[in-house]
Design a protein around this ligand. Structure first.
Ligand code: SF4
Length: 177
């Protein structure tokens, strides 16, 4: 797999259908169970906004640094991988991830993260609105573009007293492309 490819998230395009969660859990665990998905949809009902949370495969991942068990690595192919055998379910990686994109598998009680499906992500294939796309731009600008949409949307969600006009940008009715 090409180094540092990743999934670009465009929150404005996400309808919150959650097909991505279902197809991810089906691919990884052969069951339709959003709680076992490596992508999760964060819903903000007040503003009709849905933001997919998925690993951004950071260049220097904080999750890797946070794991005292050595269970997480940034592979030579550029994606973040968790060794299930080494995971002790301490959840430090979940706390460390700035994108809230590492989850606990409620069945195996191990941390789980997107592994890009070996370069052909199921969520990207099945997303009906192209809110998730595979981006192969390996440049700094490409990586920044990949994360900026999510960072901005999540920043807004964390601020409760924000002007409505900020939210308007993310409302589906204002979608321009
Ligand atoms: S499949 Fe696409 S549109 Fe549906 S919830 Fe997931 S990211 Fe959003």
């Amino acid at each position: 797999m090409e180094a540092n490819i990743g999934i670009q998230v465009i929150p404005e395009k996400c309808t919150g259908c959650r097909i991505c969660e279902l197809i991810c859990s089906a691919g990884k665990h052969e069951e339709f169970n959003p709680k076992r998905s490596r992508v999760r949809i964060v819903k903000e009902e007040r503003f009709f906004i849905d933001i997919p949370s998925i690993c951004q495969h950071c260049l220097n991942p904080l999750c890797v640094k946070s794991c005292d068990s050595g269970a997480i690595e940034k592979t030579k192919d550029g994606y973040v991988a968790i060794d299930q055998e080494k995971c002790i379910a301490c959840e430090e990686c979940i706390t460390a991830c700035p994108f809230d994109a590492i989850f606990m598998d409620p069945v195996d009680n191990k941390a789980i993260v997107c592994d890009l499906c070996q370069g052909d992500p199921k969520c990207v294939q099945w997303c009906p609105t192209e809110a998730l796309t595979l981006q192969k731009d390996n440049s700094t600008a490409g990586r920044k573009k990949r994360t900026s949409n999510v960072k901005e949307a999540r920043r807004l969600i964390k601020r409760w007293k924000i002007p409505m006009e900020d939210w308007e940008r993310y409302h589906p009715k204002n979608k321009t492309d």
